[in-house]
Design a protein around this ligand. Structure first.
Ligand code: ADP
Ligand code: F6P
Length: 504
């Protein structure tokens, strides 16, 4: 039986913490995972209705006013897209530009080569919604708050009200799109109030939620003026999934501290479901002839130097200045690294209308310039910086070519780049990973773990990775790949849906 908490309202899913994964350090809870069988079929009687702030495609008007379609960037899309392609269903979300309607989306898709993974339903968003709900409450309040970086919180009047309005709009769209047998799966911090709104509309379906970000500590959360509304609204979901046991525990504690009878009483369950990637797709495409050829030419640009790769969305949570300072320190402290390492860093544009993101970009670019000025020469550029996007082929070629991946978030729900590197590199690459990323918990002893706020630790890890013998590199990478192959995104979805089918 699931454990019932003192409030009598939130139960923990037994046996869902994947304690039997390699690298997990805490004891397994409850029974081992069962086979995926009848429980999952119960979900399959209806459709899967997914809602996230963003659709996997983003529309933008070109100079002639025609819609252009680009793939959306980010972990949520990378993970859900292959799963929805395989499973089918409906995906509701914002199409990346203000005012996009279903007709716009249909026409844009007809005229381009990009295929959608499943039925897509755009949720219309005005400039003002984007300003107050998306940029405002979601990304200037909840995002920094949930990552424990409150210094970046910029609350403002009108944010929460518009957040409620847009959550209600999502609920109405979901209600009008869903049949009674459908399983509704809501994603991430933008949509915390959706189940409450769906229940108010009389929707009785199973409704589940997955939080892609970390969960804040109860001490801090309970000081936020909006904490009660959010915790109570979450209680309307039948199942709430977290990336790690730590996040689940923080949520449970916050609910307990609301006090007896204060928590919602629908009998929600919580579970731990660390998100993953489509391992086979990354592995097989990275081995293709076209990617291999591109990887060769990427490698030849680095010459005999070891290629260190960084791929991050522009975000202050990603620890990009910390990474660069650690790299600079490595060059200052370890002469053997000079001229023998190159850091190739891609920064993917994101949320660039927010001041803190613009400041982070300026800080990164100033550091890149300073490092290249201090150490660069006519035939050696220590940091090769790109601000923009790479195609999937370019990204995979970099993963394959890189001797080392340097992933240094200050706090991250999971970090799929770390997993993708292991899946696509395939050989003797070394992963240096922040101990504050969810992926660090899962990958255990495979990466060289660092605290990115400790410059010297980053510098030492770079030296250790550079010196690591091939046998050890290979052994570590093989262990990561074995784990990722077994725990891929399709299994993540299957387990979540299986658990969702058990609710009520
Ligand atoms: P987050 O979700 O915070 O951005 P993750 O590391 O979990 O962080 O996920 C980033 C995702 O963005 C990865 O799956 C990565 O492959 C993807 N990505 C990186 N560059 C691009 C790009 N140019 N286009 C699309 N996706 C990209
Ligand atoms: O959880 C992180 C996240 O919000 C994901 O939804 C998405 O992968 C990424 O950040 C991209 O952010 P945005 O949609 O704001 O560009």
């Amino acid at each position: 039986m699931p454990k019932v908490f003192p409030s009598g309202s939130i139960a923990e899913v037994p046996g869902r913490a994947p304690g039997d994964r390699p690298g997990y350090r805490w004891p397994r809870r409850g029974a081992p995972l069962g086979p995926f069988g009848p429980e999952e079929e119960r979900v399959d009687r209806g459709r899967l209705v997914v809602a996230s702030n963003r659709l996997p495609l983003a529309l933008d008007r070109d100079a002639k006013g025609q819609w252009q379609v680009t793939p959306a960037a980010g972990g949520l899309v990378t993970a859900l897209q292959p799963a929805m392609r395989r499973r089918g269903g409906v995906w509701l979300g914002w199409a990346g530009a203000p005012g996009v309607t279903a007709t716009d989306l249909r026409q844009a898709l007809e005229g381009c080569s990009t295929s959608s993974p499943c039925d897509l339903e755009p949720v219309k968003m005005s400039e003002e919604d984007l300003d107050l709900y998306y940029r405002g409450f979601s990304n200037e309040v909840l995002w920094p708050f949930f990552h424990g970086l409150e210094d970046h919180c910029r609350p403002s009047s009108g944010y929460l009200d518009r957040y409620r309005v847009v959550n209600r709009r999502f609920a109405k769209m979901i209600a009008s799109t869903s049949g009674t047998e459908d399983f509704i799966w809501v994603h991430d911090y933008h949509l915390l109030l959706v189940a409450r709104e769906l229940r108010a509309l009389g929707i009785r379906n199973r409704i589940a939620f997955f939080l892609h970000t970390p969960f804040p500590t109860p001490e801090r959360l309970l000081r936020a003026p909006w904490h009660r509304e959010i915790l109570e609204a979450l209680g309307h979901f039948d199942l709430i999934g977290f990336q790690s046991p730590d996040d689940q525990e923080k949520f449970r504690t916050a609910i307990d501290r609301l006090g007896p009878g204060k928590a919602p009483n629908r009998g929600s369950r919580t579970g731990v479901f660390p998100i993953s990637i489509d391992f086979e797709a990354f592995d097989s495409t990275a081995r293709s002839r076209s990617v291999a050829a591109r990887a060769e030419s990427v490698r030849s640009v680095a010459g005999s130097a070891a290629l260190i790769l960084g791929v991050d969305r522009l975000d202050y949570t990603k620890g990009l200045p910390h990474k660069l300072r650690g790299f600079r320190r490595a060059l200052r402290e370890h002469p053997e690294l000079r001229r023998n390492i190159v850091l190739e860093q891609l920064v993917v544009p994101s949320r660039d209308t927010i001041g803190a993101y613009q400041d982070t970009k300026a800080e990164i670019e100033a550091l890149v310039e300073a490092i290249n000025e201090e150490w660069g020469s006519a035939d050696w550029l220590p940091v090769r910086y790109h601000y923009g996007r790479w195609s999937r082929r370019e990204l995979l070629a970099r993963y394959r070519a890189a001797d080392i991946a340097l992933v240094t978030p200050l706090n991250d729900g999971m970090n799929l780049v770390a997993k993708e590197y292991c899946a696509a590199n395939g050989g003797e690459g070394v992963l240096i990973l922040s101990c504050h990323a969810g992926a660090a918990v899962e990958l255990g002893d495979v990466p060289l773990l660092v605290d990115p706020t400790n410059e010297q630790a980053v510098s030492r890890a770079i030296l250790a990775a550079f010196r690591m013998p091939y046998g050890e590199r290979f052994k570590r990478m093989a262990a990561a790949r074995e784990m990722l192959r077994a725990w891929d995104v399709h299994r993540w979805v299957a387990e979540f849906l299986e658990e969702g089918a058990r609710t009520r």
